[in-house]
Design a binder for this molecule. Structure first.
Ligand SMILES: *Cc1c(COP(=O)(O)O)cnc(C)c1O
Length: 400
């Protein structure tokens, strides 16, 4: 029997991620089911208050996914048809799709090779060129699908893998050109940038609660902001466009049903009360990985930069040396029962974006390089040290 078969025969199958749940969460959800109130109600309000307090936000508005939250932010800050929004191609696709929902144009700029976060120097250059207009604009716009007569409205950043983007220079650029900043903090609940909480670094931010995130509500998300008008708009839009004062069948705006329900909120409330414990468990898994992987040639570990007071680990992503063929590594890991993911496939190279905007390989070299070499290993707060050991051994054997 080969070694792989042996691993198989002992039934080793590691999960890519997994929620960290206790009886407290199960009981909280069960309790809601003993009440008649299942859609938005007191649980949602309590959950919102918990998140608002944690990040120091004046408003927190719960919705039924991170994507829904981002979409409402885009709408609320006034981004519309043909507007330009500077954003990153190194992200989960939702951060850019939400711009397309409002027929805005994502203007991609490349990322910092250390963190994978949007490069503030390029953002400043793009903002200067795009506000000046004329020929300079061409450098930043896609080959087709975007009018050169757009208006630059906002910067939409992503806190990649749970490390905040470098916000000070980004906010500097935003205020210089009168731009809104939207922070996609869907991967970064609990992260801290220069002693300030992620999610609150820009004008409006979003966290997400899919089961692989730091806390989960099953499906869910939340918008946080200090701006009253935008908060009111997000509240109205998540609830079929009902403005304050509207009755149930009056709809002032074109809205959506993006409401979070009571079961999700009850689950989320317990998860929030355990947030620091959950983050510490994830940090412990990161240490177990680090101790085992730091000496393996051909592997680079994810780096934290000095502006990151605290990283909130969302995924555990390593980078393979360019000489190592990732596809083969992933296949060999798979035969040992270890799943892995190529984080991220760059957004500009996703089929819809290629077709709609004519993007080509080579346009965002740092993003593409990270996209080709990054490998997410199984990661969650409930992983055991034995499982981490198993993954690391499997990885050593799989590097070829
Ligand atoms: C998870 C995530 C989202 C939102 O995900 P949902 O599944 O809609 O909750 C958005 N942006 C990024 C970067 C994410 O990682």
């Amino acid at each position: 029997m080969s070694e792989e078969d042996q691993d198989r025969s002992i039934g080793r199958q590691i999960s890519m991620s997994g929620p960290d749940l206790t009886d407290a969460e199960r009981e909280a959800v069960a309790k809601v089911l003993h009440t008649p109130r299942l859609s938005t109600g007191p649980q949602v309000e309590a959950f919102e208050a918990t998140v608002a307090e944690r990040v120091g936000a004046k408003h927190a508005i719960a919705v039924n996914s991170g994507t829904a939250g981002l979409h409402l932010c885009v709408h609320a800050v006034g981004i519309t048809d043909g507007d330009w929004v500077i954003t990153t191609p190194f992200s989960f696709i939702a951060s850019s799709n939400v711009l397309l929902y409002e027929r805005a144009i994502p203007v991609f700029v490349d990322v910092d090779p250390l963190t994978g976060n949007i490069d503030p120097v390029l953002v400043a250059e793009a903002a200067a060129d795009l506000t000046e207009g004329g020929a300079a604009v061409r450098r930043w716009l896609p080959a087709h699908g975007a009018s050169i007569k757009g208006e630059l409205k906002a910067i939409l950043t992503v806190d990649v893998f749970g490390q905040p983007a470098d916000y000070d220079p980004l906010v500097g650029t935003a205020s210089r050109y009168g731009l809104r900043t939207i922070e996609d903090s869907c991967e970064a609940l609990g992260a801290v940038y220069k002693d300030r909480p992620a999610g609150m670094l820009g004008d409006i931010g979003v966290f997400a609660f899919y089961p692989n995130k730091q806390i989960t509500t099953g499906e869910g998300g939340i918008v946080v902001t200090n701006h009253d008008d935008w908060a009111n708009m997000v509240r109205a839009l998540r609830n079929q466009g009902r403005a304050p004062g509207d009755t149930w069948l009056e709809h002032s705006y074109l809205g959506y049903n993006y409401r979070m329900d009571e079961m999700c909120a009850a689950l989320g409330k317990v998860q929030m009360s355990r947030l620091d414990e959950l983050l510490e468990k994830r940090e412990r898994v990161v240490r177990w990985y680090g101790e085992r992987l730091k000496e393996i040639p051909g592997i680079e570990l994810h780096r934290l930069i000095p502006s990151t007071t605290r990283m909130s680990w969302f995924v555990y992503v390593i980078r393979l040396d360019p000489t190592i063929e990732r596809r083969g590594v992933m296949e060999r890991l798979e035969t040992r029962g270890v799943p892995s993911r190529p984080y991220f496939i760059p957004i500009h190279l996703q089929p819809h974006y290629v077709e709609r905007f004519g993007y080509q390989l080579g346009q965002y070299p740092v993003t593409e390089d990270l996209g080709q070499r990054s490998l997410a290993l199984p990661f969650s707060g409930v992983m055991t040290e034995t499982e981490v050991e198993y993954v690391c051994e499997a990885l050593k054997h799989s590097l070829g």
